[in-house]
Design a protein around this ligand. Structure first.
Ligand SMILES: Cc1cc2nc3c(=O)[nH]c(=O)nc-3n(C[C@H](O)[C@H](O)[C@H](O)COP(=O)(O)O)c2cc1C
Length: 505
């Protein structure tokens, strides 16, 4: 009998998830003081590779943000080869530096997508064929100087075709982006909870990437089924510190992808140390290994499980796109996490616009893993209370009426933001069926999906000149509050929406 794969040992997800829950007790029992002298740098800097500057003067698409956010990544047969300028725009508006703020301790470089603690633990790598103005290769994207650095010469897409067991969108993609997270860069502050943050912080990047790709009419598909070790080896990652988390195919090419090279030499390229020393959190490596796919058979199994989920439940549903024609680039540039909300109401139309545009299918033919529950504090035309959002019909079902501002503050880790917001959207997932179907990889998918939906909500809110922020939460208190409807579900993520105080909007 062959031993069960790590991915099928779903007790490992439960061990991680339960051990990283926040509660009033856990925060008191385990206070954490930040060691500012050991704060990791939010960039990976290769010291020996020449920079290839990316063009900065690309024209704006002019495509309205709301329609770009709502566009689902439909399969296409049309040839679409990205130009360097297209790649520059996709990279900049997903992970580029869009703002600098000076404070007494130094300077923070804020990025296009939100990130827990502004720690920006994700790196983007590009694997491409010969493109106009860019030679085939494996590149690292450096947001610091907005440049690519060539890590491997030649067309290595075959490695990704192999690693994804022939995933059709990868087979036909002229360019593929791999997103990789570095544990220490987030764990410095969030310790073992960082693996949850990997899903959220990668997800917000992907929300922007999908919207920008849609605006550029470039097919883009998120691929989570891949043999982890093969992708990590292609990028030459030190997997005790940094791991590939998601892959995105960009564009479409009708020709065949060349086969993978037989051997991938180690690169051992030097990078600048992130901080004087690094703390290892074995729990992070453990949950990552548990959710890794070890071979192509497991990848094929993952893909067939995905296709058995049936039609995405939102297909054919009416999406509200009214209220703003602001172009996607403008909206991404003005996005920021609201630090304060006015205690004012938003309209029901605004709330439904945010909800419908951000819950379009992410995985074609596949329903969402997260369920959305709301605390409505101040939405014109809606009684304050707790609601369940039916994604398929865009209906809000009242679970209980009442003023829950204080409760919302408590659930959002005793912060004012969710209490002052007009509405709070809680993401909850039924982890048991997800893990039974997909194994531990389903946990990664649920966290990532929440981040993508949250990232889209940020953009939709800012398109409407509202404010938004991601938030963390007291896990079991959230489930209890929305029970009995939410009984047995696990809290995954939280977004607060409302009228942000200037200069947020
Ligand atoms: C998943 C997620 C959780 C967050 N949680 C909190 C939170 O609990 N409290 C808070 O004040 N900000 C929170 N934020 C906001 C981040 O601090 C903010 O995104 C980061 O500082 C970058 O700033 P920007 O979003 O304005 O670009 C969260 C953001 C994300 C993406």
């Amino acid at each position: 009998m062959t031993p069960a794969s790590a991915n099928r040992d779903i007790a490992r997800t439960w061990t991680y998830h339960n051990a990283t829950k926040h509660s009033e007790w856990s925060l008191r029992a385990s206070p954490h003081y930040l060691d500012w002298s050991n704060q990791p740098m939010p960039l990976k800097i290769y010291t020996t590779i020449e920079a290839i500057p990316l063009p900065r003067d690309a024209e704006q698409t002019g495509i309205a943000a709301l329609s770009a956010i709502a566009a689902s990544s439909a399969a296409t047969d049309i040839e679409r080869i990205p130009r360097l300028e297209d790649l520059a725009r996709v990279l900049y508006f997903s992970a580029g530096i869009t703002k600098k703020k000076i404070y007494t301790g130094g300077e923070i470089y804020f990025r296009a997508a939100s990130c827990t603690g502004a720690l920006y633990e994700f790196e983007l790598y590009l694997v491409c064929s010969d493109l106009p103005e860019l030679k085939a290769g494996v590149y690292h994207f450096g947001p610091g100087d907005f440049a690519l650095r060539l890590l491997r010469v030649g067309d290595h897409r075959g490695v990704l075709v192999h690693a994804t067991a022939g995933e059709p969108s990868i087979v036909h993609a002229p360019a593929i982006i791999v997103c990789a997270g570095t544990y220490w860069r987030n764990a410095w502050k969030y310790r073992t909870r960082t693996y949850r943050h990997f899903g959220w912080d990668n997800g917000t990047i992907l929300a922007n990437m999908l919207a920008m790709s849609a605006a550029l009419q470039m097919p883009a598909k998120i691929v989570l089924g891949f043999v982890d070790s093969e992708v990590n080896a292609l990028l030459d990652l030190d997997t005790s510190r940094e791991v590939a988390f998601s892959v995105v195919s960009l564009g479409r090419l009708s020709g065949e992808t060349p086969a993978a090279a037989r051997e991938l030499p180690k690169l051992n390229l030097p990078t600048v140390p992130l901080s004087p020393s690094e703390v290892d959190y074995p729990e992070l490596r453990e949950i990552h290994e548990a959710s890794s796919l070890e071979n192509r058979e497991e990848v094929a199994e993952w893909r067939s499980a995905l296709s058995q989920r049936g039609e995405a439940e939102t297909e054919g549903r009416r999406v509200r796109l009214s209220g703003s024609t602001d172009p996607i680039e403008q909206v991404i540039l003005r996005r920021g996490s609201s630090r304060k909300f006015e205690r004012q109401s938003i309209t029901l139309d605004q709330l439904l616009t945010i909800l419908t545009t951000s819950t379009q299918p992410i995985w074609p033919g596949f329903s969402l893993l997260n369920n959305l529950y709301l605390i409505v504090n101040a939405v014109d035309g809606l009684a304050p209370g707790a609601y369940y959002y039916h994604v398929a019909t865009a209906d809000l079902e009242l679970l209980k009426e009442g003023n829950f501002r204080n409760k919302a503050s408590h659930l959002g880790l005793q912060q004012d933001l969710p209490g002052h917001a007009a509405a709070d959207v809680f993401f909850l997932a039924s982890l048991d069926p997800i893990l039974n179907t997909f194994g531990n990889r389903g946990y990664r998918a649920a966290q990532l999906e929440a981040g993508i939906l949250g990232g889209k909500m940020y953009l939709a809110a800012y398109a409407l000149h509202l404010g938004a922020t991601g938030l963390t939460f007291f896990d079991d208190d959230v489930t209890e509050f929305f029970s009995p409807h939410a009984a047995g579900k696990s809290a995954i993520f939280l977004m607060a929406l409302g009228k942000g105080r200037k200069p947020d909007q």
